[in-house]
Ligand binder design. Structure first.
Ligand SMILES: *Cc1c(COP(=O)(O)O)cnc(C)c1O
Length: 393
């Protein structure tokens, strides 16, 4: 169905869908590794790229295509590649656009592995990097070198909920012919469209909001232009980052309810943030929807809503933080985010426990910091759960 001129919600339901022989209302799962050719000539034409059609699932599959086309429309991009995980998507970007002798500038508070592979693994292939706090745009300009090829951002960043001005950062990068990639996992295209703000590439861990049901791991990269897409697609197909057809089918199903899931989670998050901000055991709350958020104006400028991710500091440090974790009942004590269930985690003892004291300080991870991904349960129940857990801290 042609949804190019449809609204965002119509795109969520129909974008990427195609006619298929049986008339099935929902796209079937093409659970096959390979595709038959009618004859030798057709096989030859497909390999030569002279005829559209499928060859082998690592190179493309109708379920991957449906999801890729939907994501491209939702992010206002040219086309997407879908990958087996969010980290496969990150590596797809690094491998497509960085070569030996190149340099990358990244935000200092990224999703852990996005930074650690760049610092620990990519130097083996001659790629250098500098990580700075990109919330301060001047830091980006100072970190740029003659061999800088990629600016890699994540906003809001994990777990400090810091916001980077995508438009201003892209303008600086483009002045120096540098590509801009934004990890848009925390927002999804419903709340933020980095390509419209000037970025060249958008990345998602679809494990989070896009699929939304905590039942698959997956990733995507959306390119603004055909040239960028071709480079990403080459890596996806030949390195083998492709998504499995069943995984793609589940993700396309989850994507249909993105807007209503986020609307509901966001309404809950607004109430919970106010509750926490007024709680005597809480030092501070970082939530883009609170006036107390240091970049509240930028949130309003570049995002369509504050989302459902927040961090807060429990008075009493590490022990108090752990006490809260041990006493929640409704919220699941688990990493990940963006699902329909409320998840709570403690970065200092969990996701960021391997960082040194200095690294934690630099990334803004304090001992009592708790990260909350608000789900779509009743706000009153989540608040009662947190209130009970905080009473034990
Ligand atoms: C989870 C996450 C990733 C990695 O995605 P996986 O699907 O776990 O491989 C990358 N970036 C952000 C912001 C994430 O939250």
């Amino acid at each position: 169905m042609d949804t190019k001129n449809s609204g965002f919600n119509s795109k969520l339901i129909h974008a990427g869908s195609f006619e298929e022989e049986t008339g099935s209302a929902v796209t079937p799962i093409y659970q096959t590794s390979t595709f038959k050719f009618k004859n030798a000539d057709q096989g030859a034409r497909r390999f030569a790229g002279e005829e559209d059609g499928y060859i082998y699932t690592r190179l493309g599959n109708p379920n991957m295509d449906e999801l890729e086309n939907a994501l491209a429309e939702l992010e206002n991009g040219y086309k997407a590649v879908v990958t087996s995980s969010g980290m496969a998507a990150v590596n797809n970007v690094y491998l497509a656009f960085l070569s030996a002798g190149d340099h990358m500038v990244g935000h200092n508070s990224l999703y852990g592995p996005s930074r650690s592979i760049m610092e620990k693994m990519y130097p083996r292939f001659g790629v250098e990097s500098t990580f700075v706090n990109c919330e301060n745009i001047e830091n980006i300009e100072k970190a740029i070198q003659p061999n800088t090829k990629l600016l890699y951002l994540e906003t809001p960043a994990n777990p400090t909920i810091g916001i980077i001005d995508i438009k201003a950062a892209s303008e600086i990068a483009h002045k120096h012919n540098i590509l801009v990639c934004v990890d848009n996992t925390f927002c999804s295209p419903y709340l933020q469209k980095p390509l419209d703000l000037g970025a060249d590439i958008v990345l998602h861990s679809m494990t989070k909001f896009i699929n939304g049901h905590a039942d698959i791991v997956g990733g995507a990269v959306i390119a603004k232009t055909k040239d960028l897409y071709d480079q990403l697609s080459y890596v996806m197909k030949n390195v083998g980052f492709n998504m499995d057809p069943h995984q793609a089918w589940l993700t396309r199903r989850g994507l249909k309810t993105l807007a209503i899931r986020i609307d509901r989670a966001q309404e809950n998050a607004k109430k919970i943030a106010v509750f926490l901000e007024n709680h005597p055991k809480i030092e501070w709350v970082l939530y883009p929807g609170l006036k107390s958020h240091p970049q509240h104006d930028l949130v309003n400028k570049q995002m369509n809503g504050p989302g459902s991710m927040m961090s807060f500091e429990v008075k009493g440090g590490l022990e108090a933080g752990k006490k809260v974790m041990d006493n929640v009942k409704l919220a699941l004590l688990a990493v990940s985010l963006g699902g329909i269930e409320t998840l709570i985690q403690h970065p200092a003892s969990m996701t960021h426990s391997k960082l040194s004291k200095e690294e934690k300080e630099e990334a803004g991870i304090t001992d009592g910091l708790v990260r909350l991904s608000v789900g779509i349960e009743d706000a009153e129940d989540i608040i009662a759960d947190l209130d009970h857990a905080l009473s034990k801290a």
